[in-house]
Design a protein around this ligand. Structure first.
Ligand SMILES: NC(=O)c1ccc[n+]([C@@H]2O[C@H](COP(=O)([O-])OP(=O)(O)OC[C@H]3O[C@@H](n4cnc5c(N)ncnc54)[C@H](O)[C@@H]3O)[C@@H](O)[C@H]2O)c1
Length: 361
């Protein structure tokens, strides 16, 4: 059985705090499940740019890309900006360079967490497109102006097809774990030409998967249903900026960003990071909730296990899920969830709750 090379990028703000917490849980998983992760650490951060002017280069990307997976904390500080006025974010550059086209953002309302709604059932996967859509023009020629500025929404048939195929694949995989096996497209084809094509491609792919359910909602109505009736959603797939927004609405339904993991993937690469950013308002206080990062690490193990047919990683990913469930159900919660536990205490509770199994290859 092979070992895995992991590029670790802690980043800014709470990024290093939650990455350290996740690595402690992963270390315990390695001991219990018998696999090996070999880390290379990379200091890519807005803080580094502020101090030295150093940005991520193509050579850095190539080096990172030679790893089996990337474990990413968060990058960006609102006051640190490049010459164009935009923030620095290696996550955005990695999406473009590799390119990673789907951001998988699962949300689940865990026992022990009080969501803002009356329902106690939220279990959905929001898939945000990340290579085109409303971010398609990021590299377009741009004349700085104080009078007019525009962005570009472009959707290609190839981009839409690979995204929607991932959505149906994910629905099928999730169904094996007890979810309904259903995909909903959130779109705006009543007003945006790009979304007419997106809807057309969705219909084509849906017809190829008659064993799975499907639905389409306009993004505005869908945003309302997400709050009023989140139980109707299993897999939700949508364009880049819509996904950016509704995935955080979905995170809000289950207690906030502290419990919302994510994975940016292509067919052969994966960057695993929480949905949250660097949270400068709480950085350095030891109170960041590491659960989202730890669940992102579980997604990394699940992805590695699936790609390399490695039962050790698959079982460890499942073990982390069970440990998070047990920790929250036992009332160990950070301030973001109304509790008092700090980052280290939550991570230690999750580590200690990992199932007692020995699976040696
Ligand atoms: N993928 C990324 O690296 C990423 C994603 C989003 C934002 N950012 C960057 O992060 C910086 C801050 O952005 P922001 O404030 O809009 O979003 P944010 O996600 O960092 O924080 C939003 C709110 O959620 C809270 N929060 C976030 N994660 C938490 C956690 N694990 N535990 C407890 N509370 C948590 C924060 O304290 C804050 O109140 C910006 O520079 C932004 O560009 C980076």
């Amino acid at each position: 059985m092979r070992d895995y090379a992991i590029a670790a990028i802690p980043g800014d703000g709470i990024g290093p705090e939650v990455v350290e917490a996740a690595r402690a849980v992963l270390e315990e998983c390695q001991r219990r499940y018998g696999f090996t992760l070999n880390y290379t650490d990379y200091d890519f951060s807005a803080e580094l740019y502020r101090r030295t002017g150093r940005k991520v280069t193509e050579a850095d990307m190539d080096e990172i890309g030679a790893h089996d997976a990337v474990l990413f904390g968060a990058m960006g500080l609102p006051e640190v900006r490049g010459p164009e006025g935009l923030e620095l974010g290696a996550q955005v550059e990695m999406r473009a360079y590799f390119p990673l086209f789907a951001s998988l953002r699962p949300v689940r309302l865990f026992d022990g967490v009080d969501g803002p709604l009356k329902t106690d059932h939220v279990d959905m996967l929001v898939i945000r497109e990340t290579s085109e859509g409303m971010f398609a023009g990021l590299a377009d020629h741009h004349e700085p102006s104080d009078e007019e500025a525009s962005d570009r929404m472009t959707i290609t048939r190839a981009g839409a097809r690979r995204l929607i195929e991932v959505a149906f694949d994910q629905a099928r995989t999730r169904r094996r774990r007890g979810t309904p096996g259903h995909v909903t497209l959130l779109h705006k084809s009543n007003a945006l030409r790009s979304n007419v094509l997106l809807e057309k491609v969705f219909d084509e792919v849906a017809a190829e998967h008659p064993d799975l359910g499907s639905a389409k909602h306009y993004i505005d109505a869908g945003a309302m249903y997400m709050v009023l009736d989140p139980g109707r959603y299993d897999v939700v797939v949508t364009e880049n900026i819509f996904g950016d927004i509704v995935s955080e609405v979905a995170a809000g339904l289950v207690g906030g960003l502290g419990v919302a993991p994510s994975a940016d993937v292509s067919l052969d690469r994966g960057v695993f990071q929480p949905s949250h950013g660097s949270a400068p308002d709480i950085a350095g206080q030891g109170v960041a909730n590491p659960t989202a990062m730890i669940l992102s690490a579980a997604m990394m193990l699940d992805w590695l296990g699936g790609r390399h047919d490695d039962e050790r990683c698959l079982r460890a990913a499942e073990g982390i899920q069970r440990a998070v469930e047990a920790t929250l159900a036992a009332g160990v919660r950070g301030p973001d969830l109304g509790g008092t536990a700090g980052t280290a205490e939550v991570a230690e509770a999750i580590r200690a709750s990992l199932p007692q199994v020995e699976v040696r290859a």
